[in-house]
Design a protein around this ligand. Structure first.
Ligand code: PRP
Length: 182
């Protein structure tokens, strides 16, 4: 598996340092207000789990599975909700936790949905953002790292559901996915 890795972009240590900084920003923003943390699976599983352990307020966990990619490296531009959260978030503080913003379609759609559901205060945190790939205008309230348009895996990020368990974030060698996008 590691033979497919091109370059490590962020090491475990760099990720943890940034996660703690993001948690600090979120703690400062929400103060003692309780929040509902929405894990957008599968990609955010590690980031969200790490992040909420450094949050100081009362946090409840909700899980949502959406899909915009299928087995390809290009977005289909269509969002499917495969699993919804289990709770009514009307009147609550909601923190949507994502691993990456690419085209912006997933988060702009989710943010609209949660606003329609009556979230009192909706904030979005993402570990990574690729601003050059935006198709719809969307920026997270808290962003770990901005990255160029390279295909990244690890720390929850996948290619065809693999590589998520790498402890670092790395680019994938082009030949691994090249045939799929040509
Ligand atoms: C990835 C990622 C975001 C979304 C971002 O999810 O986790 O949810 O794509 O892309 P966008 O900004 O272009 O919408 P994916 O559908 O690959 O599912 P996964 O989290 O299970 O890997």
């Amino acid at each position: 598996m590691t033979n497919d890795i091109d370059k490590i972009l962020f090491t475990e240590e760099q990720i943890l340092k940034r996660v703690k900084e993001l948690a600090q920003e979120i703690n400062e923003y929400f103060g003692k207000e309780p929040i509902v943390a929405v894990f957008v699976l599968k990609g955010s599983a590690f980031f969200a789990s790490d992040l909420i352990r450094y949050l100081d307020m009362n946090v409840t966990m909700e899980f949502m599975t959406v899909s915009s990619y299928g087995a390809q490296t290009i977005s289909s531009g269509k969002l499917t909700i495969k699993k919804d959260i289990d709770t009514d978030i009307a009147g609550k503080n909601v923190l949507i936790i994502e691993d990456i913003i690419d085209t912006g379609i997933t988060l702009s759609t989710l943010a609209k949905l949660f606003r329609e559901r009556g979230a009192k205060n909706l904030k979005v945190v993402t570990m990574l953002s690729k601003p050059s790939r935006r198709e719809v205008e969307f920026e997270a309230d808290f962003t770990g790292f901005e990255i160029p348009d390279v295909f990244v895996v690890g720390y929850g990020l996948d290619y065809a559901d693999n590589y998520r368990n790498l402890p670092y974030i790395a680019s994938l060698k082009e030949h691994v996915y090249k045939d799929k996008i040509d």
